[in-house]
Design a protein around this ligand. Structure first.
Ligand code: ATP
Ligand code: MG
Length: 336
């Protein structure tokens, strides 16, 4: 029997969730919630680090993200869904952790580096954005999570978390915090429909779980294939071909997929055919999810978030008191 562990993961409320979230993290969360204690965080404070001048984008996305959660099967009876900003203990932990990582280390972080480039921050990077990996370390450790189901863009951030955990426990001589490991799916990173390395809310290059069927069809039709595959009879490339990257993720019948790949490589299989097969697979996946989304009531979401945030706060408060105690803070530790 598998030991019960704590799972923590979350999403930035910067828009609706997409197929990258589904294959990269949501599917694993739904599977893990059956056996483990799951915490799912709406990372509004983290989203504020690069949207501080547009808080409406965040506040207006919270309900949509929750609808997506419930529609894919995150069950509030099994998972604690909460809002980051409603658990202020996380920010106290962040303050302690900020001392345990160098600015140079954060600047060298590959995920932060590529996000800076993508967002065109250049020299205008704020301290808040640079330090979001530290706040993420607080989110994970506050719940003593050992499993973090994420896409591979999060690996360097989990590394920062574990470095902070080790430093904290060593410096303050207490094994208060625990290290976490990423739970990756077989699709660690879903490419964007435009061929960019990652489907991403901020780039708008994704098929969203809430997209109507016609929009899905149009997005799939607009996907890049192999630019040298001009005539149906031309041999085509499967590697780097967005349609095949999506077929890898969404076509369940792997022997049909192998057959399609070899026919495409040989020549004689048209782009319209592979796009139509992909369209069928994605429509079949998303139609029931969209139907369930329709049934979600806004009031139920508010109740779920209120109860979840209170529960999360209780757990985080306990960890923060252990952390304060390890450092030597608190009335009981006052030396006379
Ligand atoms: P933003 O543009 O606001 O950063 P995002 O689309 O990158 O949004 P996040 O909220 O940052 O989404 O990511 C939430 C979770 O989903 C993370 O665990 C991340 O690794 C995973 N994820 C996001 N995009 C993908 C993707 N294209 N493939 C696999 N996993 C992904
Ligand atoms: Mg992201």
């Amino acid at each position: 029997m598998q030991l019960r562990q704590v799972v923590l993961t979350g999403d930035r409320p910067t828009g609706r969730l997409h197929l990258g979230h589904y294959v990269g993290s949501l599917k694993n969360r739904v599977a893990l919630q059956a056996q483990h204690d799951c915490f799912v965080m709406i990372a509004d404070t983290q989203a504020l680090t690069d949207n501080f001048d547009d808080p409406k984008r965040i506040t207006e996305s919270v309900v949509g993200v929750c609808k997506d959660y419930l529609a894919v099967g995150i069950d509030p009876m099994k998972s604690t869904v909460f809002i980051q900003s409603m658990v202020p203990e996380l920010f106290e932990l962040t303050s302690y952790f900020l001392n345990l990582v160098s600015v140079a280390r954060l600047e060298r972080n590959p995920t932060v580096k590529s996000e800076l480039q993508q967002k065109g921050f250049a020299d205008s990077i704020t301290a808040g954005f640079l330090c979001y990996p530290v706040s993420q370390a607080a989110d994970i450790t506050a719940f003593k999570a050992t499993l973090v189901p994420v896409g591979d863009d999060q690996l360097p951030l989990i590394e920062v978390t574990n470095e902070i955990v080790r430093r904290f426990n060593r410096i303050y001589c207490k094994e208060v915090l625990v290290e976490a490991e990423a739970v990756l799916s077989n699709i660690r990173r879903l490419v964007g429909i435009d061929g960019q390395t990652k489907a991403c809310k901020s780039l708008g290059n994704a098929i969203f779980l809430s997209d109507p069927s016609e929009v899905i069809r149009q997005k799939i039709n607009s996907m890049y294939t192999d630019p040298n595959h001009v005539k149906v009879s031309d041999p085509g490339r499967v590697e780097g071909n967005v349609v095949f990257a999506y077929l890898d993720a969404f076509l369940d019948d792997k022997s049909e997929l192998d057959d399609l790949k070899s026919r495409y490589r040989r020549g004689g299989l048209g782009d319209t055919v592979i796009k139509s097969i992909l369209n069928d697979a994605v429509q079949a996946l998303l139609a029931p999810i969209r139907d369930r989304m329709e049934l979600v009531k806004d009031d139920d979401i508010k109740d779920m978030l209120r109860e979840g945030s209170e529960r999360a706060r209780t757990v985080a408060t306990h960890t923060v008191s252990e952390v304060r105690d390890a450092i030597g803070f608190g009335y009981d530790n006052c030396k006379t």
